[in-house]
Design a protein around this ligand. Sequence first.
Ligand code: IPD
Ligand code: CA
Ligand code: CA
Length: 291
Amino acid sequence: MRPGTATGRFATLSPMSDVEPAALAAFAAELARDAGREIRARVPATRHIETKASAVDLVTDTDRRVDALISKRIAAAFPHHARLTEESGATATPDASVCWVVDPLDGTVNFAHGVPHFAVSIAAVCGFRPGDPLAGRPGTDLLAGVVYDPMRDELFEATVDGPTRCNGEEITTSNCPSPNEALVATGFPYDRRERADEYLEDWRRLLPRCRDLRRAGAAALDLAYVAAGRFDAYFERGLHPWDIAAGVLLVRRAGGVATDLGGRDLFLDAREVLTAPRSLHSSIRALLSSA
Ligand code: IPD
Ligand code: CA
Ligand code: CA
């Protein structure tokens, strides 16, 4: 049995799914590559920035355009499935067997500043009903997940019943034994101006104990890099389901653990995540301020 096969939430294939996970993943991979091509063609030569909820929460016309492209393609291929996308919200499809959870452009700040580190994230989830107060609770299965980096042409993909792959090659998390040897990634939520002290407390605790910290700016790639063993661990507060749905499956199927910051089972709507190999997870959790 592969590591992580029967542990944690989202681990068991539900009979509610009407399409094979491999077929969902193949569809998502093709769609992510097409979306990535659109994004790559629109990398801004100069900054083109619109703000959303606050001065640090950005959206560009590329986010919206690619969201529309992905939504349209999913609706055409799977009209009976639900969708939750960052720029379009949730469809009202209460009886859908599968919900597609999509971040059309993860790493918008990087994109808008011309930093070539952003991705498309697409997941197919069973038993997840956006807007339901119980969304993401037990019974939710991550069936397939794809994260595509259009600038490096790297496609990370996993299904509930297969290994995680990067451009077709099987990948696994590191087996880093201690924070002392760990490269740890994180991000700062969009309320960072109001809660800076709280977020900096994590850095204050980790900085003297880890090999180094990274804030690369794309949660989906942070998770994909943990799955590939490039980053040893990743944690962040203030996340949304579309930031983590695909990436959490990548990490789990690569042998890693994904929980909330307290080490509890992870819900898609938990708004936070801590991922690491089993060998490292509890020691990073113990260092974090919320532990
Ligand atoms: C953001 C990025 C960033 C993370 C934020 C996310 P967006 O997503 O993943 O790294 O720190 O929490 O919201 O807005 O670029 O799709
Ligand atoms: Ca995002
Ligand atoms: Ca986004």
